[in-house]
Design a protein around this ligand. Structure first.
Ligand code: PXL
Length: 273
């Protein structure tokens, strides 16, 4: 058959406001020209009557397994990612499936908390993400908070501290690490720190003038996944993903009075030559 597209898979939650989770992932997969598949793990809803408070409803491990069987039986997945995962049972189920089906090109986005929320999803999850999924990852994509949790270090405020955390996360078994520094490591730039066990590479883009960045982390990880599916090296994939997500942030918008998502189509519409 001609025109066989690359197949990209996300195992993540639905954000009913459309900026993050599987909505971000599928839109990004499509923008890259890959064939996206979503396996749903949780449904995240936000309460407009209670300051947009997040509620997370998990799906059962059994239902996650059934979706995994559907998506991976016979089909060859070129790359996949995980996002919001509800509990240790689901995390273990996914790890078992990765091993038995020998899935490769795995982007682990260790989602622990949503922007604007200060409660960690489920404290046991942080340990399970570190011990069970991180060692299987082609690349792990934590933000500063998640990196500190996985590396078990104090809160990260500097590039040097991020480098130390990246090295620890690599030593846990992840082949590559990219720590998303966001706007916290510089006054003018958004800096990410990449580490592959040999060298550190800093990715820098000017900070956007506004903070319409809901879903940026999911979008970045999905872009890395699609890049890996298309044969890019991890470093090439993160560099391209950084351009992609920067455009999405620059063209982010006000969805309602609470939610300011990135715009996943922005790179194609406004940046691509
Ligand atoms: O941005 C983290 C995140 C990931 N996945 C889902 C979410 C959120 C934040 O709202 O809802 C489903």
């Amino acid at each position: 058959m001609t025109n066989q597209p690359k197949i990209t898979l996300t195992i993540a939650g639905n954000d009913a406001s459309g900026g993050a989770g599987i909505a971000a992932d599928l839109k990004t997969f499509a923008e890259y020209g890959t064939f996206g598949i979503a396996i749903l793990t949780v449904i995240a809803t936000m309460d407009p009557h209670d300051h947009w408070k997040h509620h997370v409803t998990p799906l059962s491990a059994e239902l996650v397994t059934q979706q995994l069987e559907t998506a991976t039986s016979g089909a060859s997945v070129d790359a996949f990612k995980t996002g919001m995962l509800p509990n240790v049972e689901v995390i273990q189920t996914i790890a078992d499936h990765i091993r038995t089906h020998q899935l490769s090109h795995y982007v682990c986005d260790p989602v622990m908390v949503c922007k604007g929320e200060d409660e960690v999803l489920n404290p046991e999850n942080a340990n399970a993400l570190r011990d069970i999924l991180t060692p299987l990852a082609t690349i792990v994509t934590p933000n500063l908070f998640e990196a500190a949790q996985i590396a078990q270090v104090s809160p990260i405020h500097t590039i040097e501290e991020a480098k130390v955390a990246a090295k620890i996360i690599h030593s846990l078994g992840a082949e590559n690490v990219i720590i998303k520094g966001g706007t916290a490591l510089s006054d003018t730039e958004a800096i990410d720190i990449f580490y592959d066990g040999h060298e550190y590479v800093l990715l820098r883009e000017p900070q956007a003038a506004h903070s319409a960045n809901h879903g940026a982390g999911c979008t970045f990880a999905a872009a890395v996944t699609a890049g890996l599916a298309q044969g890019l090296s991890p470093l090439e994939a993160v560099k391209k993903a950084k351009k992609f997500v920067t455009a999405a942030i620059v063209h982010g918008f006000e969805f309602n009075e609470f939610a300011y998502p990135v715009f996943h189509s922005a790179y194609r519409l406004f940046e691509e030559k």
